[in-house]
Design a protein around this ligand. Structure first.
Ligand SMILES: Cc1cc2nc3c(=O)[nH]c(=O)nc-3n(C[C@H](O)[C@H](O)[C@H](O)COP(=O)(O)O)c2cc1C
Length: 195
């Protein structure tokens, strides 16, 4: 029976909001470049792997394939303009680091730069490359995670609200701040279990 409370959506609205991941790499000449990638998520743990979908036409593809690595950087809200520029302009035409004034620093564990001013960066080494047609899916193992010390809680874990990380809605094209905590994982569901 049809559910009158639901409306069919364009599949492009799926899984929003996405992370506003900024994928940084060196090109064939060693120039630092970065692009926005909302088609991105956790793929596995033990070891931790992430997956990023990148169109073959992106300039970044060449460097990532050649060097087999990249960094994934998450911007805080104050860098929304810089993050957007990384997704609007191609490294083929401009130097995005020079344009935004952001600093690419060489990762100590992979041959790729991370973005100094962003509060969170992962250095990733590609393990699988899957041609999906419109996108190339890179699955990559996380080799190191760096977070700004000023964004940690008392237990040394990253506090996402202190870091002020943003998300992205691909259907409305809006960037979001994360909101309030509404429950505790592996706890909230206990309300349905008998004591
Ligand atoms: C918020 C946002 C998310 C994006 N997500 C993706 C993505 O997941 N995959 C992709 O191939 N391009 C994505 N793009 C487009 C690329 O970031 C854009 O084409 C960029 O200019 C490519 O840079 P490059 O040519 O220097 O590699 C996104 C753009 C924006 C603004």
């Amino acid at each position: 029976m049809a559910d009158s409370t639901k409306t069919q959506l364009d599949p492009k609205a799926l899984l929003a909001p996405c992370p506003d991941a900024i994928i940084a790499s060196y090109d064939s000449e060693g120039k630092a470049n970065a692009m926005a990638a909302a088609w991105c998520g956790v793929a596995a743990s033990g070891p931790e792997q992430i997956a990023v979908g990148i169109r073959p036409s992106r300039y970044s593809i060449g460097g990532i394939k050649q060097r087999g690595c990249f960094t994934l950087n998450l911007p805080s809200a104050k860098f929304v303009k810089e993050a957007d520029l990384f997704g609007m302009a191609s490294g083929r035409k401009i130097n995005k680091f020079a344009a935004t004034g952001l600093t690419p620093l060489r990762s100590e564990v992979v041959d790729a730069p991370y973005i100094k001013e962003f509060p969170y960066s992962m250095s990733c080494s590609v393990t699988h490359t899957v041609d999906l047609g419109a996108h190339i899916l890179f699955v990559a193992e996380v080799k190191e995670v760096l977070a700004d010390s000023s964004c940690l809680d008392a237990e040394g874990k990253l506090n996402w609200r202190k870091a002020d990380i943003i998300g992205y809605d691909t259907s409305t094209k809006e960037y979001f701040r994360f909101g309030e905590v509404v429950g505790q994982g592996w706890q909230a569901g206990k309300a349905f279990l008998k004591a």
